[in-house]
Write a protein that binds this ligand. Structure first.
Ligand SMILES: *Cc1c(COP(=O)(O)O)cnc(C)c1O
Length: 229
């Protein structure tokens, strides 16, 4: 395991990219994506200044939750089925994949039952790839307007996944568009809506994403190595 070495390099890169865009590395949240990674290895990584972990499957969060050290922030970064919201509502700090009203309705219901407000990011499919979830860019503002009535949901920003490109430079326009969209939303000043987080950038493209304004990167392979499914 080279987790420590990998993390050092990633943190150096984050600093470099943050500085390039006139920011401090402390403004960037690093989410260690732990899907398929065993609990003992996750806990090892959590000794190395990681406070946030990301999973894309509800079952995996349920299975690992009790075995992971307390006080860690869990992020739901994958597609979320409405009927599974109840299993994670009391476990995750941020849902990155809010992309439809039916899901918002269910999150509202379960958050209210649990007496909490759930922080969510709206997932946007900037590149309009068929294989990706998320709202089309043009639909995001209307969507946010219709989520305003859900008192137990707080929209905290936007999330996107760029298409995989050998040359990460080619993804720059995707990140730039999400940033632009977040600024448009900010200008509307919807009550209770914050554009605090821009969750964009993975192992292959996080430096470009940060240069374009990301302040939340989701990195799996770069920390833990190739996944074994
Ligand atoms: C798996 C995953 C990541 C991390 O991907 P890597 O290329 O391993 O860094 C980030 N975001 C989402 C939504 C994922 O499912």
């Amino acid at each position: 395991m080279h987790i420590q070495k990998n993390l050092q390099e990633i943190k150096r890169n984050i600093k470099e990219a943050a500085n390039k865009s006139g920011r401090d590395e402390k403004d960037i949240t690093l989410i260690a994506v732990t899907k398929t990674v065993d609990e003992d290895i996750i806990n090892e990584a959590l000794e190395l200044e990681i406070q946030d972990i990301g999973e894309n499957k509800v079952q995996e969060i349920q299975r690992k939750y009790d075995n992971i050290k307390e006080g860690i922030k869990w992020h739901m970064i994958g597609h979320l089925q409405s009927n599974k919201v109840k299993y994670i509502i009391d476990k995750v700090s941020l849902i990155h994949s809010l992309d439809r009203i039916s899901l918002a309705k269910e999150i509202q219901k379960r958050a209210k039952q649990n007496n909490i407000t759930m922080d969510c990011l709206v997932q946007v499919n900037i590149s309009e790839e068929e294989s990706k979830f998320g709202l089309k860019k043009e639909k995001v503002i209307t969507f946010i307007e219709s989520v305003l009535k859900y008192e137990n949901i707080k929209i905290k920003g936007l999330m996107t996944m760029a298409p995989y490109m050998e040359d990460s430079e080619k993804t720059r326009c995707v990140f730039r568009e999400l940033k632009k969209l977040s600024q448009e939303i900010e200008e509307r000043a919807f009550p209770g809506v914050e554009m605090k987080f821009l969750s964009m950038g993975m192992t292959n493209d996080y430096m470009v994403a940060i240069e374009e304004g990301s302040n939340m990167v989701r990195i799996g392979t770069g920390i833990f190595g190739k996944r074994n499914y």
